[in-house]
Every structure is written in C-alpha cells, then in structure tokens.
Design a protein around this ligand. Structure first.
Ligand code: SF4
Ligand code: SF4
Ligand code: SF4
Length: 182
C-alpha cells in the first residue's frame, strides 16, 4: 500500500434550494417517523430534526436542519433580510438553544440534532431528501482530504523517537508487541 496516499473521508451534505420549497413539510413528517421508537411507529413533527420556517404571505419557505446544542444564548447573532423583509435574529438558526422550543424532544426537552439518518443498513439518501418531491433538498456525498492526519503522524513519530532515545529500541518494540497482543 502507498503510505504517502492522502487519507480521505466522505462528507455528506444536503443542499437546500429554498426557492423550490413549497412548505409542504413532508420532510418534517418523514424525519419524525424515522426517528420514532420503534421506527415509523408514529409521526410527531415536534420530534423532527428539520423544520421549515414559513412566511406564507410572502411565499418564503426555508428548511433548516437541526445543528448542535448550545448551552447558552449566543451573543453574536445573524439578521437575515430576504426580499426586503428583516427576520427575527434567531429565525434561521439551526441550534437547539435555551432561548426557544425548536429542536427539542417534546417530552424530555432533550436537544435534537440531525444525524443524517445514519442507520444499519444505510439508507440510499436521508429521509427528508427522499420525501421532498419538489427538489428543494438534494443529497450530495463528496470526498475530502483529511488534513490533520500528517500532523498527527508527525507528532506520533516525535513521541516514538523520544521513547526510543530514552528506553532503547528493543524495549519500546517489546512493549508495543506486548500491548498489541492484549
Ligand atoms: S419536503 Fe421539500 S418542499 Fe416540502 S417543506 Fe420540506 S423541503 Fe420544502
Ligand atoms: S437560537 Fe441561535 S441565534 Fe438565537 S440565541 Fe440561540 S444560538 Fe443564538
Ligand atoms: S437528514 Fe435525516 S435526521 Fe437529518 S433532518 Fe433529514 S431526515 Fe432528519
């Protein structure tokens, strides 16, 4: 194997074309059904990891997937202006945050986060994408070079060299052999 070959990982993305979204909320229904216990046993969009921000008067619908939980309300917020209308600063935020009820499990209050529908066996594409017949959500996989690896290897080599210098090659080798068998 070529040890110089760069390591890669698969990055999964969902591209959102808000112009194609009609606010049908099929994505919310599919997500909540997939995450019900047992799977598909119920539908409760309050449990969905995707929510569609709707402004029906202006025909604006924006699907937002749940991101990470935040313990505290943030200080730096974004203000979105869409076609001249300024929206509330938390409107398009993907966080499960103490400042609002979005992306919280309705019974327990625990935060909900999109997990890309990871399951065994894996789905061909996430449930929300599959449910969106209007083409507003598109699943994309791309390969990304993992940059951190060479640095880690460098650090590991420096560590090993200093151990060899201190204890001698044989002792280090014997220890690695023994630990790897445990
Ligand atoms: S299923 Fe598609 S069109 Fe319907 S609300 Fe969700 S993103 Fe919008
Ligand atoms: S909802 Fe988002 S933008 Fe609003 S305070 Fe919480 S983290 Fe900040
Ligand atoms: S990818 Fe899966 S978990 Fe994430 S929002 Fe879509 S259906 Fe829900």
């Amino acid at each position: 194997m070529d040890s110089n070959r760069k390591k890669t990982r698969i990055v999964k993305e969902i591209k959102v074309d808000a112009k194609k979204c009609v606010g049908c909320r099929a994505c919310e229904i599919a997500c909540s059904a997939f995450h019900a216990t047992p799977k598909y046993s119920s539908v409760n969009t309050a449990r969905s990891r995707i929510m569609v921000v709707t402004d029906e008067m202006r025909d604006i619908f924006v699907p937002i997937r749940a991101g990470a939980y935040t313990e505290a309300e943030c200080n730096g917020r974004n203000r979105y202006v869409i076609e001249g209308k300024e929206y509330d600063e938390c409107t398009f935020c993907p966080a499960s945050c103490p400042s609002r009820d979005a992306f919280k499990e309705p019974d327990s209050g625990l935060p909900l986060k999109c997990d890309m529908c990871e399951s065994v066996p894996p789905l061909e594409k996430p449930m929300c994408v599959d449910a969106c017949t209007f083409g507003a959500l598109t699943y994309v996989e791309r390969e990304e070079v993992v940059e951190a690896e060479p640095q880690k290897r460098g650090e590991m080599e420096i560590g090993l060299k200093s151990l060899i210098k201190k204890y001698g090659l044989k002792k280090v080798k014997d220890t690695i052999d023994r630990v790897s068998k445990e």
